[in-house]
Design a protein around this ligand. Sequence first.
Ligand code: DP6
Length: 364
Amino acid sequence: MIVWQINNSSTVLSNTLNFAIVKSITWKCPSNIALVKYWGKKEGLQLPANPSLSFTLNQCHTVTTLSFSEKEDDNTLLVSFAFDGKRMPSFEPKLEKFFKNAESMFPFLTRYLIEINSTNTFPHSSGIASSASGMAALALCLCSMEQEISGSVSGGDFYEKASNVARIGSGSACRSVYGPLTLWGETEHFAGSSDLHSVKIDLFHPVFKNYRDAILIVESGEKEVSSTAGHALLKDHPFSMARYDEANNNLKKLLKVLQNGDLKAFTDIVENEALMLHALMMTGETPYILMHPNSLAIIKHVWKGRKENGLHLTITLDAGANVHLLYPEEEEDKAVEFIRNELLQYCLNGQVIYDKTGEGPLQL
Ligand code: DP6
């Protein structure tokens, strides 16, 4: 458990909060997997350098409970946070920054003592600690708190505000507020798109309904370079401008493919995005490699295997070593057999999370 006492200029860590809980709110929010990657930021408060698009997942969730109680003074922000009942130091710098920025969007926060308890449904040993689901769940709780106190959320639609707030915590989190397909970042190719919040993509070919994502766990533990640090390295990257153009081109092509259901084109675009992301990491001024030899072994086996079995297997990776294997619902049995026979040997302790696209967060 950690407690922040955030004054205008300083943050003080103190002991556990003790208060009689007046009201509790719980949201269960899924993680997401990007098909077109957000990699690089514009000037401003967590604005994306290019539009991105993702599948919202169904099984990998964060469940967050926010409890609040009125306090006497209203000039300090007093928040406690625990993950699985304990401190989670890797999450704390992001949370602290988040609350400093969130104060202006929720001016009432200083009037309350706030206790936050969070947990993930991902297997603990998988090493997946998603800031996307965590920040989105927290943003939804804060919007519900505002609704509880004021009767409505300021600034318009509930989910739009939640997405906007989640973005401030972690860019990719803003896409977890809707399911099963969302887009974040202003683009001429999608009406209503915005850099401030994600938008839901309603119309897509039925083949993408319940699309499967088997997450092949290759490595657990903290990453060598965080995503936030990775975004910053794009600033002076020699290929950044070309990357943003390519992301826009891939987005345009993918939006078409999501309508026409061309699975071969889907694979080409999604794999190009994942490999370009990792190529950018390897080619900057401070190069780094987040793939593991087993990530490569999996990719090679998938490429060889699908030529032989004809399955529509697509690989993608976020900024880490774990490989997401995407395939249509109707190919599930054969794909699972392929994973068991060919890929499991490369997974850490044989771990695979079998997930699929989901409908987004749920208030419990
Ligand atoms: C590779 O959203 O984790 O997963 O905004 O700094 O918190 P911050 O970064 P984050 O970056 C995610 C990058 C990615 C691609 C993606 O999800 O689009």
